[in-house]
Design a protein around this ligand. Structure first.
Ligand SMILES: [Zn+2]
Length: 234
């Protein structure tokens, strides 16, 4: 299968679904991660131009640990807009290029406005990408595919409908997360927060819910025609 995970910021995918993506990759599926925003506002001290480059490198390094290609739409933080047609078409083109069998993105119940905007763009683009007469020739039309929503930050306001046992990939997930040095080191040094422990604890909490040591939780866009009568997640 061909899996495309689309997050807002360069580390969002690691937080909520890296264990699952690593499982997909380990069983031979092709996995691509795209962060829509470049993360250039994600630090108090590092200048945005520098941070944009740094965070792109961190994300690619994290993906490489699991054999995952990482790309970016390179939109500046806080500039993503769920109803911007140009941005929707950028996502549409991504879908037409990568031709995924399933897409993972942020939930429409997420806490962060930019995450919600990405969720909206992906939902719309996943239909638009299938329209034969819309911008023909840009690249091949993509089929409408199942759309999965990854867990919210801290599991707030999220009722999972599917779980993935990530007991075998939790350590890899944490290693991937630790690649985001600009985020984790800053939080440890300045906020006294161990974000890796936070993410591990959330995975453990989801694990308790489904009877395994560590899990990630998902739900789906249960709308026509994105539903299929088979399990897709590993
Ligand atoms: Zn984010």
């Amino acid at each position: 299968m061909n899996i495309l995970a689309i997050g807002c910021h360069p580390d969002d995918i690691e937080v909520s679904c890296a264990g699952t993506l690593a499982k997909f990759a380990q069983r031979g599926d092709k996995v691509t991660v795209c962060h829509v925003c470049n993360g250039n506002m994600g630090h108090v001290v590092i200048p945005s131009d520098e941070l944009r480059v740094m965070r792109g490198e961190e994300a690619r390094k994290a993906g490489a640990l699991a054999g995952i290609e990482v790309v970016s739409l390179d939109i500046g933080d806080l500039l993503v807009n769920g109803y911007d047609m140009e941005q929707r078409d950028k996502v549409m083109e991504l879908l037409r290029i990568y031709q995924p069998d399933a897409i993972i993105t942020h939930s429409p119940t997420d806490y962060h406005g930019d995450h919600l905007a990405v969720s909206r763009l992906v939902f719309d683009a996943s239909y638009v990408a299938s329209c034969v007469q819309y911008q023909p020739g840009v690249s091949k039309v993509a089929a409408v595919t199942p759309l999965f929503y990854m867990d919210n930050f801290a599991g707030s306001n999220f009722n999972p409908t599917e779980y993935v046992d990530i007991t075998d990939t939790i350590e890899l997930k944490i290693q991937m997360l630790e690649c985001h040095v600009s985020q984790l080191k800053w939080m440890r040094d300045h906020d006294g927060m161990d974000f890796a422990d936070f993410v591990r604890t959330c995975s453990k909490f989801r694990g308790y819910q489904c009877g395994v040591p560590y899990a990630e939780a998902f739900t789906q866009a249960f709308v026509y025609p994105k539903i299929v009568p088979r399990r897709i997640l590993p």
